[in-house]
Design a protein around this ligand. Structure first.
Ligand code: NAP
Length: 443
């Protein structure tokens, strides 16, 4: 069995699952996992909402996979800038891109660039303390729209409507807690462009919305005519049935008035964001041929994520993914490019839950292992040669030992927190500080 060296870019679930599956499927392999951030876990740390501890808990199994020593983590290294494709070819047999989809899909309607019109991905990055976004967020709106009927729309709507004290036990950064505390929001309007049977939510996440303290869920009977849910329609799953029951129960219940309201509107196709003096003042929708206008001061577009192009890697700009067949990177004529692979959202687009990324990685790894004999041997196969190159370029990369220090530091900040509740972790949000703590001698 020939020795195999593989680099993975993207230390989120997709990259870690791919590394773990590869280490179990090919004995004589060394795997180096790079991320442009100084820390691992990608979407789990910077995409999952802080009040979703069950999903954040996936970190524990990812931690074990990295801690096993079979995958070496290096953070603060960006593909194309710190390591180019030529560098990778010199040091590795193959590279797997698992860089995800971190941008917002574009919504092409008038007014989308007004102040107060935000992409959900940016807001999520803010509330999860992503190091590369501003620390403040303009939470000045009383009436807010969230566009989209997927789980990201639910996350954004819930975080906007929730009392921040109810999130103090989570790992929300201090600046996020402070920002949300002063929010004057009273009404969060979630708009789906299709009907209540076409929602892309999942049952647990939908049900959870009805349990948020001091938030009233408002549904509109016009969206739910007699027989609105057809159990037997094509494509109806158990999940749809459960969610239909949840919506029906909300329709029928007498809800208590609350400080904040969360409205679910259906059949509202976005038409135009309207504004005055460059700022959002409302939004127009087409509801089954009729124009409806709502006064609003902010609009959050949660209509899907979008994968970014990587230097020198074939990219399909109609889908926001790396061109690939089963994870094998191909050119625009579908010819395989030797040694290049993709997995996760940058391979298949930003759909599916974190667990789906595993089966996706299995397919990519199966194909990579099948190709092993065709892969070109690298001319500089030692890890020290890659690390020397990074050092010579002045890249202050972090490693697994560095992450363990930072992790312990964040847990210690949590333990030292004095306040009305206990906190498990307080996140370090500044990139430079993350790097410094990871390199600290005395931790
Ligand atoms: P999504 O599930 O694909 O939902 C996107 C929503 O945007 C859909 O309702 C879609 O409507 C709507 N949309 C798309 N283009 C639109 C347009 N031009 N105008 C109006 N609406 C438009 O995507 P997501 O919410 O970004 O989530 C991505 C993945 O992450 C999903 O698999 C999701 O379940 C997962 N996730 C899970 C959690 C969790 O807590 N479990 C949290 C966040 C995300 P149509 O259906 O009509 O296209």
């Amino acid at each position: 069995m020939k020795p195999l060296r593989v680099a993975i870019f993207g230390a989120g679930p997709a990259g870690i699952y791919a590394g773990n599956i590869l280490s179990g499927s090919y004995e004589n392999v060394t795997i180096d996992l790079f991320d442009s951030l100084p820390v691992p876990y990608g979407l789990i740390r910077y995409g999952v909402a802080p009040d979703h501890p069950r999903i954040k808990g996936i970190v524990n199994s990812l931690h074990e996979m990295l801690d096993s020593g079979k995958i070496r983590f290096f953070g603060n290294v960006e593909f194309g800038r710190d390591l180019t494709l030529e560098d990778i070819r010199r040091h590795y047999h193959a590279v797997i891109f698992a860089t995800g989809a971190i941008k917002d899909a574009k919504l092409q309607i008038p007014g989308v660039d007004l102040e107060g019109s935000f992409g959900a991905a940016d807001f999520v990055s803010w509330y999860d303390g992503h190091p590369d976004v501003a620390r403040t967020w303009p939470l000045t709106a009383a009436q807010v729209a969230v566009l989209g009927n997927g789980n990201v729309a639910l996350d954004v709507a819930r975080v906007l409507a929730k009392q921040p004290n109810d999130m103090l036990t989570t790992d929300i950064p201090e600046n996020v807690y402070e920002g949300l505390k002063d929010s004057p929001v009273t009404d969060v309007h979630v708009f789906g462009r299709r009907g209540p049977s076409d929602i892309k939510f999942t049952p647990i996440e939908l049900r959870e919305l009805g349990e948020v303290e001091d938030v009233e869920i408002v549904l509109y009977p016009e969206d739910f005519p007699e027989g609105w849910f057809n159990e037997d329609a094509e494509g109806v799953t158990n999940q749809h049935r459960v969610m239909a029951r949840v919506l029906q129960s909300w329709l029928e219940r007498d809800s208590e008035p609350a400080k904040r309201r969360l409205h679910l509107h259906f059949w509202h196709q976005p038409k135009e964001i309207v504004g005055e003096n460059g700022h959002v003042t409302g939004m127009r929708f087409d509801r089954k041929g009729e124009v409806r206008e709502f006064p609003l001061q902010a609009v959050y577009r949660a209509i899907g994520y979008w994968g970014s192009e990587l230097p020198q890697i074939p990219y399909d700009d109609t889908k926001g993914v790396i061109r690939n067949l089963g994870g094998r990177v191909v050119d625009d004529r579908e010819n395989q490019i030797s040694g290049l692979y993709a997995t996760g959202w940058i391979k298949r687009g930003p759909v599916g839950l974190i667990g789906h990324t595993k089966s996706d990685a299995m397919e990519t790894i199966e194909n990579l292992v099948a190709d092993v004999e065709t892969l070109t041997d690298p001319s500089e196969p030692n890890l020290s040669q890659v690390l020397d190159l990074l050092k010579s370029r002045g890249v202050t990369y972090t490693d697994w030992a560095g992450w363990l220090k930072l992790n312990n530091h964040e847990l210690a900040l949590g333990a030292a927190f004095t306040g009305p509740v206990s906190r498990e972790r307080v996140k370090v949000v500044d990139r430079q500080e993350q790097v410094e703590i990871a390199h600290a001698e005395n931790l």
